[in-house]
Design a protein around this ligand. Structure first.
Ligand code: SF4
Length: 349
C-alpha cells in the first residue's frame, strides 16, 4: 500500500482500509483547512490504485470490511477511475460492507444522476460532506465554495441514488456570527437529512488564511460557553429523520453520542449540565488539535494512527510498516470507541 503525505479520515473510519486514489483536494481554499495545502491535487493512475488494492488483499483480504477512498474530495475522481476501483474492491475483499469517501457538494453536482446511480450500485455507499455551516455569510467568509442551496441539492441527489450521507459541522467557524451559524446549520441538517451528523470544533491552524485573519483581529474563536451554546442550538433545532450524532472528534470539549431526534432531550440536558459546570469538559491539554482525522496529538495516539497507516507519516515510513501490523490496533481503536460511546450513553456507529 503506497501513501503520499499526510492522510486524513473521519473518526468512524478508524478501522477502515484507506486507499489513496487522489492526492490532495481539488478545491483547497477553505480558510481554516491546512490538510492538503502541501499537496498539488491530482488523480493517481488507476493501475497504481488497483495494485494497491491487490497488495492489501494479499495481506488483509478477508478482514477488510470498510474501505475509505482518500484524499480530500475523492468523489470528484472521474468515473473511469471510480468504477474499476469499486469493482476491484468488491472482488478482492469478500467481507466488504462499506465504501466511503469525502465529497464536496460540487463533486456531486459534477456527476450526472446516472453516474451517482452507477457509483451506488457499484458499492459507494457513504459520502462524508463537510458544509461546516448552514449560514451562507459564514460559508462565503470561509471560502467553502458551496452554499446552503448547493448542499441541499447535493444531498437530495445522493439520497436519490441510494447513498447515505455523513455531514460535519464546525463549531466556532462563524466567529462573531455564532448564532446565525448555529441556526443556519440546524436548518441545513434538517434539509440534508443525513444518516450521520457530527460536530467538530474549529482550530486556528498556523499558516492558514484563518490564522492571518485572527492575527489581524478579524476572526476569533468564540469562548467555550458560546461553542456549547452553538452545539445546543444545533441539536435543539435540527430535525433529521434519524441521524446518528457524534461529537467524539478530539477537537471537541464535550464528547456526546446519540441518535437524533430520539436522544435530543438527553443530549441537551448534558450540554446544559456542561454550561452549568456539572458535566466535565475535556481538558484543553487532552484536546487533539493537529488535524481533522479524529486522532489526538498525544504520543500514544500518534503511534496508534501510524500503526493503522493513518496520520502524519512520511510515505516511506508508511510503506515500511505494512498494514498487517495495523489490524491489531484496529481492534484497540474499536474498543476505545465503544468505551467512549458507553460512557456517553449510546452505541458506536
Ligand atoms: S475543508 Fe475539505 S474542501 Fe475545504 S480545502 Fe479542506 S479538504 Fe478541501
Amino acid at each position: 500500500m503506497r501513501y503520499e503525505g499526510r492522510l486524513f479520515r473521519p473518526p468512524s473510519e478508524a478501522d477502515a482500509l484507506i486507499v489513496q486514489a487522489t492526492i490532495g483536494c481539488s478545491w483547497n481554499h477553505c480558510t481554516y483547512c491546512d490538510m492538503y495545502r502541501d499537496k498539488v491535487y491530482r488523480v493517481r493512475p488507476i493501475e497504481d490504485v488497483l495494485d494497491d488494492l491487490d497488495h492489501a488483499a494479499r495481506a488483509l483480504g478477508p478482514r477488510v470490511e470498510k474501505l475509505f477512498v482518500a484524499d480530500g474530495d475523492a468523489l470528484g475522481m472521474p468515473m473511469e477511475h471510480w468504477l474499476p476501483l469499486l469493482e476491484r474492491a468488491r472482488a478482492r475483499f469478500p467481507r466488504l460492507r462499506r465504501v466511503s469517501s469525502y465529497a464536496m457538494a460540487r463533486n456531486v453536482a459534477a456527476k450526472t444522476d446516472a453516474d451517482l446511480d452507477a457509483l451506488a450500485r457499484a458499492g459507494l455507499s457513504l459520502l462524508y460532506v463537510g458544509p461546516e455551516s448552514g449560514d451562507d455569510v459564514t460559508l462565503k467568509r470561509v471560502a467553502k465554495g458551496d452554499g446552503f442551496a448547493a448542499h441541499v441539492e447535493a444531498a437530495a441527489r445522493a439520497h436519490a441514488a441510494g447513498m447515505q450521507l455523513s455531514i460535519i459541522a464546525l463549531l466556532g467557524v462563524g466567529g462573531d456570527r455564532s448564532r446565525e451559524h448555529a441556526a443556519g446549520t440546524a436548518r441545513l441538517v434538517t434539509a440534508m437529512d443525513p444518516a450521520y451528523f457530527s460536530a467538530l470544533t474549529v482550530t486556528v491552524v498556523p499558516g492558514t488564511p484563518l490564522a492571518t485573519l485572527r492575527a489581524r483581529g478579524k476572526f476569533e474563536v468564540p469562548e467555550v460557553p458560546a461553542l456549547l451554546s452553538e452545539l445546543r442550538e444545533m441539536i435543539s433545532l435540527a430535525r433529521p429523520t434519524r441521524a446518528v450524532f457524534r461529537t467524539n472528534h478530539a477537537s471537541n470539549y464535550l464528547p456526546l453520542a446519540g441518535v437524533l431526534p430520539r436522544d435530543r432531550d438527553r443530549l441537551v440536558a448534558l450540554i446544559d449540565g456542561a454550561l452549568e459546570g456539572r458535566v466535565p469538559l475535556r481538558p484543553e491539554r487532552a484536546r487533539g488539535l493537529l488535524c481533522s482525522c479524529g486522532g489526538r496529538s498525544s504520543r500514544r495516539a500518534r503511534g496508534r494512527r501510524r500503526a493503522l497507516g493513518h496520520g502524519h507519516l512520511r510515505a516511506d515510513e508508511q510503506r515500511r510498516r505494512g498494514l498487517a501490523d495495523g489490524l491489531r490496533h484496529v481492534e484497540r481503536e474499536r474498543h476505545a470507541q465503544r468505551r467512549l460511546s458507553q460512557r456517553v450513553g449510546a452505541g458506536a456507529p
